[in-house]
Ligand binder design. Structure first.
Ligand code: NAD
Length: 248
C-alpha cells in the first residue's frame, strides 16, 4: 500500500522539492499551503510521478484550518504515514528592538503554533493507526543564535524542543520525530529576505565553508531519507544541512 505524506508549505521551496522527491518513491502527497495557485500547480507536477496528490488550502496558524487539513486528508487517503511540518516565514529581518510586536505574533503564529497544531492533530491520527514519521523544519537559526532574526530563531529553537519531547512521549507508540536544520537555501523566502537585507547575504555566504547556498533538492534528499524505512532507528535527531555553516 502506498504511503501518504502531508507537507505544509508544500507549494514552494523546500516543501515542494520534498513533495516531488517523495512522489518519486511512490508516496501519495497532500500539499497544504496558503498559496492556492502555487499549491495547485505543485500538485500537477507531483502527479506526473504517477501518485495521487491533492491540495488543501490552509493557514497553519489557524487551528480550525489545521484540523480541517487533517480531517480532509484522512477522508481522502484514510491515514497519514509521513508529516513534513515545514511551513514557515522568516519575518522581515532587522534588530529585535525595532520589530513590531504584530510581526512577532505573526512569526510565532505560523512557525511555532502552526507546527504545534499540526503535530497535535496529525500525531493523534498516527498513534491511533500504529505510528508514523514526522520531520519538523527547524533551521541553522534553530541550533545557533543569529542576529537580525531573533523571533525566527526563537521559534526554530522551539521546534528542536518539540522534536525531542515528542520522542520522549510517543516513540513507544511507533512515532519517529526528527528535525532538519537547513542553512541558507535557495528558495523564495531566502531570496526575498536577502533582497530586503543584502548585508545578511554577504555575511551568510562568506560564513559557509562550501561558499554557496544549499538547494531545496539537497534538503529534500535528507527529508526523504528520514521518512523511509532506512531511517527506522533515527529518532529525536536534529540534522544540520548547511554546507558546514554552523560547524565553524
Ligand atoms: P518558501 O517561501 O519557498 O516556502 C514556504 C511555503 O510556506 C510557501 O509556499 C508559503 O506560501 C507557505 N506558507 C507561509 N505561511 C503559511 C501559512 N500561514 N500557512 C500555510 N502555508 C504557509 O520558503 P522555504 O525556504 O522553502 O521555507 C520552508 C521552511 O524551511 C520554513 O519553515 C523555513 O523557515 C525553513 N528554512 C528555510 C531556510 C532557507 O534558507 N530557505 C533555511 C532554514 C529553514
Amino acid at each position: 500500500m502506498s504511503k501518504v505524506a502531508v507537507i505544509t508549505g508544500g507549494a514552494s521551496g523546500i516543501g515542494q522539492a520534498a513533495a516531488l522527491r517523495l512522489a518519486q518513491e511512490g508516496v501519495n502527497i497532500v500539499v497544504v499551503d496558503v498559496d492556492e495557485e502555487s499549491g495547485n500547480a505543485a500538485v500537477e507536477k507531483i502527479k506526473e510521478h504517477g501518485v495521487d496528490a491533492i491540495f488543501i488550502k490552509a493557514d497553519v496558524s489557524k487551528k480550525e484550518d489545521v484540523k480541517n487539513y487533517v480531517d480532509q486528508t484522512v477522508e481522502h487517503f484514510g491515514t497519514i504515514d509521513y508529516f513534513f511540518n515545514n511551513a514557515g516565514i522568516s519575518g522581515s529581518g532587522g534588530y529585535f528592538l525595532d520589530t513590531e510586536v504584530e510581526e512577532i505574533e505573526k512569526i510565532v503564529g505560523i512557525n511555532l503554533l502552526g507546527a504545534l497544531y499540526g503535530v497535535r492533530y496529525v500525531a493523534d491520527v498516527m498513534v491511533k493507526n500504529g505510528g508514523g514519521a514526522i520531520v519538523n523544519t527547524s533551521s541553522s537559526a534553530g541550533v545557533t543564535g543569529q542576529d537580525s532574526v531573533v523571533t525566527y530563531s526563537a521559534t526554530k529553537h522551539a521546534l528542536v524542543g518539540l522534536t525531542k519531547s515528542l520522542v520522549a512521549e510517543y516513540a513507544k507508540d511507533g512515532l519517529r520525530v526528527n528535525a532538519i536544520a537547513p542553512g541558507p537555501t535557495e528558495t523564495k523566502m531566502v531570496k526575498e529576505f536577502y533582497e530586503a537585507n543584502p548585508k545578511m547575504k554577504e555575511n551568510a555566504t562568506g560564513g559557509i565553508p562550501q561558499k554557496r547556498l544549499g538547494t531545496p533538492e539537497e534538503v529534500a534528499e535528507l527529508v526523504t531519507f528520514l521518512f523511509t524505512s532506512n531511517a527506522s532507528y533515527v529518532n529525536g535527531e536534529v540534522i544540520r544541512i548547511d554546507g558546514g555553516f554552523t560547524n565553524t
